[in-house]
Design a protein around this ligand. Sequence first.
Ligand code: NAD
Ligand code: MG
Length: 306
Amino acid sequence: MANDDANTTTTDQLTLQDPVKRYPVISPPEQSLPGTGLDAEMTPKADLGEHSYRGTGRLTARKALITGGDSGIGAATAIAFAREGADVVITYLPEEEKDARNVLAVLEKEGRTAVGIAGDLRDRQFCQDVVAQAVEAMGGLDVLVNNGGKQVAQKEFEAIDDEQLEATFDVNILAQFRLVRAALPHLKPGASIINTTSVVSYMPPETLIDYASTKAAINNFTKGLGQQLAPKGIRVNAVAPGPIWTPLQPSGGQPTEELPDFGQSTPLGRAGQPTELAPAYVFLASPESSYVVGATIPVTGGMPTP
Ligand code: NAD
Ligand code: MG
């Protein structure tokens, strides 16, 4: 596509630039990707930062597990973490193998441990096993990024059937409880848990009632858990993205006819790219945010949050 290249920057995130113009205003064609969607099949492509993110040693030798690290925000975070010097394990669904391979190839170039584990976050046993496998692969765990998420837009409330309802709650919030429970025995003072929430937790769109409810739960979970774990030296925080161009959106996350305007009503006038989220995760993972606990960092292109 004509704007594929224009949508990928080679200018690193530390170079002074106009946020309005850092990326073009995209007008994605109406498209409906099967399943959870693949980055590899998006039009236009999303920018995961593989040609631009510059590390400065902020996560040297840290060991991070990132759910949904095959694509979108999780993939951009994985790339940033590896460039900052961290070992990284990503999880993904078996049908996302192609995306996972692409991201792992980028991570491997950083010379740290880079491992992918396929599985379904709806599966309780997987939530437990994946933590054990990550600990074994990296020799420990310092950072858990609860990022995997499911979003299916429905125009009518009655169309949210039990299958969608339960899957959305299982993936978005119950898996976060289960992964934290499995991870806690391994986390030492200095560890960090980062949950991906959303701007919709504050402004629920009428087409995302189930999804937005899980995101509000994540905000609350983050603040409650943050208080309980703070005395143990484990910090819990969240990142609330605004409209970000990821496979979640063209795979049923938005009504297809809304894709051409995606993100254009933000104050910056454009959708965000996944790599624009990565510095918030790096900040929360790194000791420089030592006094930040129970916080939610909005990365919304200016959409107001409370
Ligand atoms: P994405 O599709 O690239 O990533 C979501 C990932 O979740 C998938 O790659 C997949 O691996 C994982 N996932 C989904 N269902 C799963 C299941 N049953 N088992 C295991 N893994 C599963 O999209 P993204 O936008 O980067 O999403 C990352 C997070 O960001 C999600 O929590 C999403 O809710 C949140 N978010 C996204 C936006 C946005 O505009 N894209 C806005 C706010 C919040
Ligand atoms: Mg994916």
